[in-house]
Design a protein around this ligand. Structure first.
Ligand code: MN
Length: 280
């Protein structure tokens, strides 16, 4: 491909490294089969790809440029509509393909985090998860379904252990979930997160509804009184030092409910800033 005159219109930031030459690999997961709220997050990977073109590759806060990273876009997982089990199996297999590279997984809805972490556990058996979300996603089941975007952290906690997951930004949950999180001391106020020291490998899952709906209206289940984008980016800056982040995902963007693609744009910005903060 000529570097001067053409670019791939459907790859994050027009990257041109193949899978074997890359250190960072993007993977889209257009799955929204268990969304309890507004459906449509299957459209998010391509929408966020498109909005990534609106952003500069340089970050003033990180003082780094995305061009310093060798990135590849692995494309979208071919999911099986209506079959959550088969879809999760395929997501896990696709992440296993990425091997030792740094995965950036773009959903889709939140249940996709389960197979991603399962695949990463093979290399990082003591993986911790930092969970940004308006919700706790700790429900035992949702209308009888144990594999739902509102149960994903409960399923992950059963695999990892409850103490291995830290929840930040949560403000919308059931009494049962709240008591469960408090009993296990895993719900951290965002203001205290900078003092919380992670030891060992960490995976970050960013549900875009952690942001206030004024800034991220295009999500499946919006919750008022959320984080400001500036708060999130300052937090990333303040916690990145010494943190061993081995990958992350961004989930729950719902383009049919977005306004002017601003939520996809904010998601692209979050991907960029997290990459430049955490991938060295
Ligand atoms: Mn959520």
């Amino acid at each position: 491909m000529s570097e001067l005159y053409v670019e791939d219109p459907l790859a994050f930031w027009c990257n041109n490294y193949g899978l074997s030459g890359a250190e960072v690999v993007f993977l889209g997961v257009p799955f929204d089969g268990t969304s309890s709220g507004r459906s449509g997050s299957r459209e998010a990977p391509n929408s966020i790809r498109a909005m990534s073109y609106s952003l500069e590759t340089y970050s003033a806060s990180a003082r780094r440029d995305l061009k310093e990273l060798k990135m590849a876009d692995y494309g979208n997982v071919i999911v099986s509509p209506g079959d959550t089990g088969e879809s999760l199996r395929r997501i896990k297999a696709a992440v296993a393909d990425i091997r030792e590279k740094f995965p950036v997984v773009v959903g889709g809805e939140h249940i996709i985090t389960l197979p991603v972490v399962q695949a990463l556990l093979r290399r990082h058996p003591k993986l911790q998860v930092l969970h940004f979300d308006a919700h706790l996603d700790l429900k035992e089941d949702y209308v009888g379904n144990r594999y739902s975007h509102v149960t994903v952290m409960r399923r992950l906690a059963e695999i990892l252990g409850h103490k291995m997951i830290v929840h930040a930004g949560a403000r919308s949950f059931s009494q049962e979930e709240h008591e469960f999180a408090r009993k296990n001391d895993v719900l951290k106020p965002v203001a205290n997160l900078a003092e919380f020291r992670f030891k060992g490998p960490v995976y970050i899952t960013l549900d875009m509804d952690v942001f206030d709906p004024a800034f991220a209206p295009g999500v499946s289940t919006p919750a008022p009184a959320g984080m400001l984008p500036q708060e999130f980016f300052s937090l990333i800056e303040s916690i990145h030092d010494g943190m061993e982040v081995i990958g992350f995902d961004v989930v729950e963007v719902c383009p049919p409910n977005d306004t002017g693609n601003v939520t996809s744009l904010l998601a692209a910005k979050a991907i960029k800033e997290m990459l430049l903060a955490f991938k060295h």
